[in-house]
Design a protein around this ligand. Structure first.
Ligand code: IPE
Ligand code: IPE
Ligand code: MG
Length: 230
């Protein structure tokens, strides 16, 4: 694949529920199939040489779903991390989390903390899992950190604000992919995606394969990013 490769890809993994409903299955089966797509995309991104990947796994608004579905999602997360962390360690992938993990079920939270610790030496790729993530809540946390440090107006710059976001130290996403056919951001990385190239596909997340990733990368490579210039 020629052209430019994004340094950072962010993905809104949407369509699990519809994938299951279309097959007469419970939504939970869609999430299980979605976890397989996560595995494929992590592998595909690592193989393509992408350095930062961010996956929107659970939004701060997803707490509004039925309790049973939420429980299932976090139990899938634990199962997923149990299998994937050793593989990620082997592939040099460092796990990181975006969002407020204090509200996660304790078992899922512990699995995330363990996973971050075990993969912290990974130098090949950073995998950010957005869990209980909402961009507005993230910005509020950043604003509060300025206040609690007694910052003065001049201390607040684009750089110091970015340094207080959950993505601190990482480049902004170059490419944002949303599967499932909806064309919206759903409170994802509102600050960081200021200049991201947006790619919407009707493919439901459990159907997303490496060929779809490559199609998105090719689309990205053909775009002209101007950042306000001519
Ligand atoms: C995305 O799939 C997964 C999460 C939000 C956790 P959905 O569960 O939103 O699937 P649809 O959009 O209802 O099809
Ligand atoms: C966005 O999908 C959140 C995740 C993929 C985790 P949603 O299904 O929650 O978004 P809306 O409700 O369609 O905006
Ligand atoms: Mg959805």
């Amino acid at each position: 694949m020629g052209g430019h490769l994004p340094s950072h890809i962010a993905v809104i993994m949407d369509g699990n529920g519809r994938w299951a409903e279309g097959r007469g299955l419970p939504r939970t089966e869609g999430h299980r199939a979605g976890a397989e797509a996560v595995r494929r995309v992590i592998t595909g991104c690592r193989a393509a040489g992408i350095r930062h990947v961010t996956l929107y796994a659970f939004s701060s608004e997803n707490w509004g779903r039925p309790r049973k579905e939420i429980r299932h999602l976090f139990s899938l997360l634990k199962e997923f991390l149990g299998k994937e962390i050793p593989l990620m360690e082997g592939k040099g992938i460092a796990l990181n989390v975006l969002g407020d993990t204090t509200a996660l079920p304790p078992g899922a939270r512990a699995a995330v903390t363990r996973g971050i610790r075990r993969t912290s030496g990974g130098k090949g790729m950073t995998l950010n899992l957005a869990l209980n993530y909402g961009a507005r809540a993230e910005l509020v946390r950043a604003a509060r950190s300025f206040v609690s440090e007694g910052a003065s107006p001049g201390d607040v710059t684009e750089q110091s604000l970015a340094g207080r976001l959950d993505t601190a130290g990482q480049p902004d996403p170059d490419l944002l992919i949303r599967t499932g056919g909806e064309c919206r951001l759903s409170n994802f990385l509102l600050y960081q995606c200021a200049y991201a190239e947006l790619y919407f596909t009707p493919v439901l997340w459990p159907d997303f394969r490496e060929e779809h990733l490559h199609a998105a990368l090719e689309d990205y490579a053909a775009r002209s990013r101007r950042f306000g210039r001519i």
